[in-house]
Design a binder for this molecule. Sequence first.
Ligand SMILES: [Zn+2]
Ligand SMILES: [Zn+2]
Length: 312
Amino acid sequence: MTSAIPRRSAAETVAVTTGRRTAYLVVLVVLPVLLLGLAVPAAWGWGIGPRDLVIAAVMYAVSIFGIAVGYHRLFTHRAFRCNRALRVALMLAGGMAVEGPVTLWAAEHRRHHKYADREGDPHSPWRYGESGLGLLRGMLHAHVGWFYTARRRSSTRHWVPDLLSDPDVRRFDAAYPAVVALSFALPAAAGGLWSMSWAGAWTAFFWGGLVRYAVVHHVTWSVNSVAHTFGDRPFRTRDRSSNVWWVALLTFGEGWHNWHHAEPACARHGVLKGQLDPSARLIRWFERAGWAHGVRWPDPARLSAHRTDRLP
Ligand SMILES: [Zn+2]
Ligand SMILES: [Zn+2]
């Protein structure tokens, strides 16, 4: 791949300033690595109690479901429709993951689907070739490198005009810094109130805020790096998307990435026997409660039509 921007995609991307790339480098790469490094001696030294564990687990679940069900399946791919309250709640939950405003996230991801593993894909692990070192470099690029090396990012005007025309989404984007603050203030407040102490607020801020956000980042990014490199591909797609069980486990179903690329608008990613997909289960609960409708569940005929082992 070359760094030249083809004429046809000029409107698809916009320039990224050096300041913004530096901010990405600090918030998305340097800080999480530092925090994960700090977490080991912290766990060793003052340990992690049941209170912090519960708060961190709840914040982890909210962040991961917010990204998988909200940012990804609802806002990016419109796999279902839902009432306004749930839509806003899912957007806020996704915001807890500190992965950017929903418009930016969805714009990058829609471009990823259009060009998956070809020129134009913002984060393909195959960018630097298939040799050992090239693939390693590509995986690092797909995991975090693309955030701060890309000179251009996906234009929201081009990729997500539907989201930009939604007043709730515009309000959310404008309030995004406050949403990020909430992502750290909530666990701190929970820890403080639970223990009725400042020390309890601090340890919950550390585990449920800082360490949790670092873990959430690397877990969700594994879909881009690992689930486009290793694993099996039971469905025919034009890219290298694959299924990786441990990524699926950590991301609540997003690691069943092969079928997702075969049918991006499908609400269920884990469609084969034994493929747990808690995000699809949650959407099913929303549907049963009458909060979600028009859910795009997998069609058995299309499933078998996409199978690579299909008999002629
Ligand atoms: Zn993908
Ligand atoms: Zn997708």
